[in-house]
Ligand binder design. Structure first.
Ligand code: ADP
Ligand code: ZN
Length: 758
């Protein structure tokens, strides 16, 4: 008997059991299988939230359903049951659920966390909504006989509700039927009235945005290059194959106009589009252009209240919106009938998320577009090396736009060598730049000055003992801010009053070294006392609407000189800007990062593109300590091709992206040597995984990164490189699978696939 009949726990296949596969946002992340209760069998779908028992926890845990199926193979009775299904409808459609699973796999992030990223917390918490009870007459009691059994007042109210022919709230009924709460409650308790709960938005979005900012509504007759670009985009739309197109257009070549016309075509076909831009509040002009050209635009930005965000999300999901404009998270917009995705300034670093899941919106957009068979348009004057390389391997189609609108010339760029300045010219502004500003102001032109460092002084140092005032949590020098005399850490938000004397040796006479935008502002004011100056950096732009205020003052000509950080390098289109000055082009050049040259080229080219947009031309002065550097040379000649060719040679030497793939594992902990020990054991596992898989992966480290201590935690990096990104991913997956760190060590690690800041 024993030999023919399997033991009872192997009686496995239970054909009629409905199973839901659930993931969690916190460890243990799952997925785990649960039995779906009979009543929810038809209802539960992937993309809904549930509550389930988990381990020995006393309360059920919230989780996301990723799959449902009938039939379960396992020990009889081993499945626990789902306690509750939380959503009436899935929060994302099947295609988005697949996208979640792909992101989770590719970026090696817990699936539950990806759901939490995809569905804004305002949506999950139903921000800006309330539940209301609606009353309807019970049809079984609506006959004359039953009604006559009721007391007078109840009869009247009940007849009124029947006559109304629609659900009413209790207070509505009380007002209309002119009765008190008593009869209504009576009807309810006698079962004459059914109650159903409905969730409603309490308010619609307050539209703080003013559409009329003095720009014309007109649509332009497309230029030859624009026409050619639009033809290729139309072909891509029609092909339905999910093509990626790179619109490589110099600054001012009319790329935005191309996006708009392409989207018009999509909207005419009854479909919708997503447009991603680096940060919409920095570019109110771009926002205005979309809002003027389309009837229904949902603009997503960082300063929305939770209920606004929820409201917009619901509008998008109901298909009430033609165009969604927003930052990287817009790639997840739940737009039904999506027909096109656009990513403007596709090289911009803000498209990569710096926390789990560390996704790049370009990669996600590519995956979403491919799966839907719709085009992805990437636009830039300075494409990322990744995208540029893709055009040479056939993964993306290159659409060049080499000319500015109306054949305006590119501005001329002069380099000022900061090494050979004479002593007479002290401060941040060289003599040639000073003269150029003066001349521009005399001609009633406007000036943009770029300095990519905020604050007043970037170091606070004692000239006597050499002590540098640093952040206790990050070990990085504090930046002195003049307003309020504060010293701030720019890596965390640690802030103290700037010490009047050296905290180490008490020497009275601490020095502020290095240059930030505040100090530049002081210097510019002293040099050009008659000019009106505005500063734009994250310190002055904290309040909602401040960008728009400064930019309208600049547009109107009230402000003569706009100075600021990279914020001012993006997207601005003001014809009266006759001069752009770059205070220090080298600020990004000497970072220990293989993208340093690319960043420098992009920043200088982008800011240079802010001038020469009107009839009066424009000029650019770039101050630098390395005028011979290829990136700065290429930027000064507006020569992307030269830059890309040089840069590709450098990348090839070490198989850096885009020729190979890089991944990084960041290990963080409170105690330095415990953290390092964890990093070492992870290294051991990576080496074992590499051997087991026979994968060609180079492993570097563990080494302390450029910022070795952040927010009170020591950090170590392991860097992995390979020409085969799938092998790279698999090696990490294998090494980290079931890798656990004892809780007492207090060490965490994160995997960062395709990191962009090294
Ligand atoms: P980019 O996005 O490439 O920097 P924009 O789309 O902002 O360029 O265009 C630059 C300027 O040229 C804008 O002021 C825009 O309104 C204008 N423009 C765009 N296309 C045309 C056109 N076909 N004819 C005239 N002006 C145009
Ligand atoms: Zn800090």
């Amino acid at each position: 008997l024993f030999e023919t009949e399997p033991p009872p726990w192997e009686l496995t296949v239970e054909d009629d059991i409905a199973v839901g596969r659930i993931v969690f946002s916190e460890a243990p992340y799952g997925p785990y299988d649960y039995q779906i209760p009979e009543a929810e069998r038809e209802h539960l779908k992937p993309g809904m939230r549930v509550r389930v028992p988990l381990g020995k926890r006393r309360h059920p845990m919230m989780g996301w359903c990723i799959e449902t199926r009938i039939g379960y193979k396992g020990k009889r009775g081993s499945l626990r049951e789902i306690v509750e299904v939380l959503d009436d409808e899935p929060l994302c459609d099947p295609a988005l659920v697949r996208l979640v699973l792909w992101i989770s796999h590719y970026y090696q992030a817990p699936t539950g966390q990806v759901f939490d990223t995809l569905i804004p917390s305002s949506v999950r918490s139903n921000a800006g909504t309330r539940e209301r009870a609606y009353l309807t007459p019970n049809p079984d009691r609506s006959d004359e006989k039953s009604i006559e059994l009721l007391p007078k007042k109840q009869q009247a109210a009940f007849r009124f509700l029947i006559a109304a022919g629609r659900p009413m709230t209790a207070s509505e009924l009380m007002v209309h039927a002119k009765c008190t709460r008593g009869p209504v409650s009576g009807l309810q308790s006698k079962g004459y009235i059914d109650v159903s709960m409905q969730r409603e938005m309490t308010a619609t979005t307050p539209m703080r945005w003013q559409k009329n900012d003095g720009e014309s509504q007109q649509t332009h007759v497309p230029s030859e290059e624009q026409t050619a670009a639009l033809e290729r985009i139309s072909a891509a739309i029609e092909s339905g194959t999910g093509k990626t197109l790179l619109l490589h257009g110099v600054t001012g070549s009319g790329k935005t106009e191309v996006y708009i016309k392409a989207i018009e075509q999509i909207v005419r076909a009854g479909r919708g589009a997503i447009v991603m831009v680096p940060e919409i509040s920095l570019t109110p002009q771009t926002r205005g252009r979309f809002e003027r050209r389309f009837e229904t635009v949902a603009v997503l930005h960082s300063q929305m209240t939770p209920s606004e965000r929820h409201f917009q999300w619901q509008r998008i999901r109901r298909g009430e919106v033609q165009v969604v404009v927003g930052p990287r998270s817009a790639v997840f917009a739940p737009m039904p009938r999506l027909g096109l995705i656009v990513m403007d300034e596709e090289h911009d670093a803000s498209f990569k998320q710096n926390e789990q899941p560390r996704y790049h919106a370009r990669k996600v957009a590519h995956a979403r577009a491919m799966s839907l068979g719709i085009p992805l348009i990437l636009g830039s004057a300075t494409p990322s090396m990744e995208t540029w390389h893709a055009t040479s391997t056939g993964h993306a189609e290159l659409i060049p736009m080499n000319e500015r609108i109306n054949q305006r010339p590119m501005p001329s760029v002069e380099l000022v060598d900061l090494r050979i300045r004479d002593d007479r010219t002290r401060g941040a502004i060289s003599r040639p730049l000073h003269l150029a500003v003066q001349e521009t102001l005399n001609e009633k032109g406007q000036v943009i000055l770029l300095l990519n460092r905020r604050g007043f002084a970037t170091t606070i140092q004692c000239p006597s003992c050499g002590h540098v005032v640093a952040c206790p949590d990050c070990d990085m020098p504090l930046t002195h801010h003049r307003d309020g005399g504060k010293a701030c850490c720019h890596y965390c938000d640690y802030t103290i009053a700037t010490p009047p004397w050296c905290p180490a040796c008490r020497f009275d006479g601490i020095r502020y070294g290095g240059l930030g935008t505040q100090r530049l502002e002081v210097e510019v004011k002293a040099r050009f006392p008659d000019a009106c100056i505005a500063r734009m950096d994250s310190d002055t732009m904290k309040r909602p609407g401040s960008h728009q205020r400064v930019l309208s003052a600049f547009r109107s000509g009230e402000v003569n000189i706009l100075l600021g950080t990279q914020m001012i390098a993006k997207g601005l289109d003001f014809p009266n800007v006759l001069l752009v000055g770059v205070i220090n082009a080298d600020s990004a050049l000497h970072f220990p990062d293989f993208r340093a040259a690319e960043r420098t080229f992009q920043l200088v080219t982008q800011v240079a593109g802010r001038t020469g947009r009107g009839d009066r031309g424009g000029r650019v002065i770039v101050q630098t300590f390395s005028p011979e550097h290829p990136a700065i040379q290429a930027a000064s000649r507006h020569d992307y091709h030269q830059f890309a060719t040089d840069e590709m040679v450098n990348r090839r030497k070490f198989n850096y992206p885009p020729l190979g793939s890089v991944a990084r594992i960041i290990i963080r902990g409170v105690v330095e040597d415990v953290t390092e020990a964890v990093a070492d054991s992870l290294l051991g596992r990576l080496e074992a995984a590499r051997q087991a898989l026979g994968s060609e992966v180079r492993i570097l480290g563990p080494a302390p990164p450029p910022i070795p201590k952040l927010r009170g935690k020591y950090r170590f990096h392991l860097l992995l490189q390979s020409t085969d990104s799938a092998q790279l991913g698999e090696t990490i997956r294998r090494a980290t699978d079931s890798f656990t760190i004892p809780e007492k060590d207090d060490v965490q690690y994160v995997v960062d696939i395709d990191p962009i800041d090294m």
